[in-house]
Structures are given as structure tokens and as C-alpha cells.
Design a protein. Structure first.
Length: 103
């Protein structure tokens, strides 16, 4: 029986992959919010569950930035910059942590 060794590089690569997956979920959230503003999505159980999953996964992280950065008022609407700042912080801090793990 052969045991596979996991080194620090593997852990850093795994963390980097998780960061990319989370960033993709945030981008999906951005696109869904734009689509829902232009044309509301029809009710579908599967679609509703998928949108609910994306919201449930990304809301806790984005709410951290919403506390410090209120929506930017533009005319009758508002622009939420928290996903943009969240992605920036995610990539910067994630890259630093992955680099520290990698050594």
C-alpha cells in the first residue's frame, strides 16, 4: 500500500482553487443581480434553489464590506460596490496566504 504525501505546495494550490471557486460564485451573483433587474427570472424550483445557494454562500462575506461601504447612489438607483471590493480583497489576501503556505 502506497501512501501519498501532501506537501505545502499542494495545500497552497488547494487554497488557490477554493479562492477561484468563491470568486466565480461572487461573479455569478453579480450577473444574477443584473439579470434580475433587467428581466425578473421566472419561478422555477431548481433555479430558485441555485440562486438561493449563491446568495447564501456569498452574503456573509459581502456583508462584511457592506457594513463599511454603503451603496453608491446614482440617480434613482444605487450601485453596490461590495462585490468588487470583496473580489479585490479575496485575491490579494488569498495570494498572500497561499504564498505564505507555499513558503
Amino acid at each position: 500500500m502506497t501512501l501519498l504525501a501532501i506537501d505545502r505546495g499542494d495545500v497552497a494550490d488547494y487554497l488557490t482553487t477554493l479562492i477561484y471557486v468563491y470568486a466565480i460564485l461572487i461573479i455569478v451573483r453579480i450577473v444574477l443581480s443584473w439579470v434580475q433587474q433587467v428581466r425578473p427570472l421566472p419561478y422555477n424550483r431548481v433555479l430558485s434553489a441555485a440562486v438561493g445557494f449563491v446568495n447564501d454562500v456569498t452574503d456573509p462575506y459581502l456583508n462584511v464590506f457592506r457594513r463599511f461601504l454603503p451603496p453608491l447612489r446614482i440617480g434613482p438607483g444605487a450601485l453596490d460596490l461590495s462585490p468588487t471590493i470583496g473580489l479585490l480583497v479575496l485575491f490579494v489576501l488569498g495570494g498572500i496566504v497561499a504564498g505564505l503556505i507555499r513558503g
